[in-house]
Design a protein around this ligand. Structure first.
Ligand SMILES: CC(C)(COP(=O)(O)OP(=O)(O)OC[C@H]1O[C@@H](n2cnc3c(N)ncnc32)[C@H](O)[C@@H]1OP(=O)(O)O)[C@@H](O)C(=O)NCCC(=O)NCCS
Length: 196
């Protein structure tokens, strides 16, 4: 938490600010979701243009279970990346990452930087493994996560239904965080650790 807010430079030189979400961000967040074209909302789990759904997902935040980073261009949200972690149970050492970048900000390296931030958080929280879920038709997401070091671990046939009612394969991509634990000390000291 002490690391935020943080100014970050994208690969084209544009500066944005990373900040951890609070309850005061719901209105701006719904506004952001409403600017996202249907093609990028098609596979979201709930209708995020409905404020009730946003509140039920992010209300009363416990950052150990849901750690959402918002990205701002001035006072406008342009991306969100969240690390989810079950509170207890056999999946407690598994982290799930979800990212959504506004079309104007795509292909500028933003998701890569966001996922790196969430990876550091996972590393410091002793999460063993990170997972990202997407459907087979989300080629940009598959390409982006592959580029960040994730690999396809499973593909469940006709497992999910998009908001238009079409059934899609669910692709589960993972990254073994445990492989990087030995770097924690160096990372905490230097903040120079990179995924690649
Ligand atoms: C997937 C998504 C998060 C990528 O965000 P982004 O900020 O554009 O990603 P980056 O700029 O960091 O891209 C990193 C790399 O991923 C690959 N990539 C990203 N988008 C791509 C696309 N449309 N086609 C092919 N490759 C792509 C490229 O290799 C890219 O590197 P490059 O631009 O140097 O070639 C964004 O497209 C998005 O929000 N999509 C809708 C929601 C979604 O699918 N979320 C993922 C499920 S959790």
């Amino acid at each position: 938490m002490a690391d935020y807010p943080k100014n970050v430079q994208l690969k084209d030189g544009k500066e944005v600010t990373f900040r951890v979400m609070t309850d005061n961000d719901f209105d701006s967040l719904v506004e952001f979701y409403r600017t996202i074209p249907e093609k990028d909302r098609l596979f979201l789990r709930v209708d995020v243009t409905d404020r009730k759904n946003v509140e039920s997902r992010f209300g009363n935040l416990d950052y150990n279970n849901a750690f959402p980073i918002l990205v701002f261009e001035r006072d406008k949200i342009v991306a969100i990346g969240t690390l989810f972690r079950p509170e207890f149970g056999w999946m407690r050492n598994l982290g799930e990452i979800r990212v959504l970048v506004s079309p104007d900000f795509q292909r500028r390296g933003l998701a890569t930087i966001l996922v790196r931030e969430l990876f550091f958080r996972a590393l410091k929280s002793k999460i063993y493994k990170l997972q990202a879920e997407m459907t087979d038709v989300q080629e940009s997401a598959i390409a982006a996560f592959e580029r960040m070091g994730f690999r396809e671990e499973a593909r469940l046939k006709k497992h999910v239904t998009d908001i238009r009612g079409r059934r899609r394969d669910l692709v589960i991509m993972t990254l073994d965080v445990e492989d990087f634990w030995y770097l924690i000390e160096d990372f905490v000291e230097s903040h120079e650790f990179r995924i690649h």
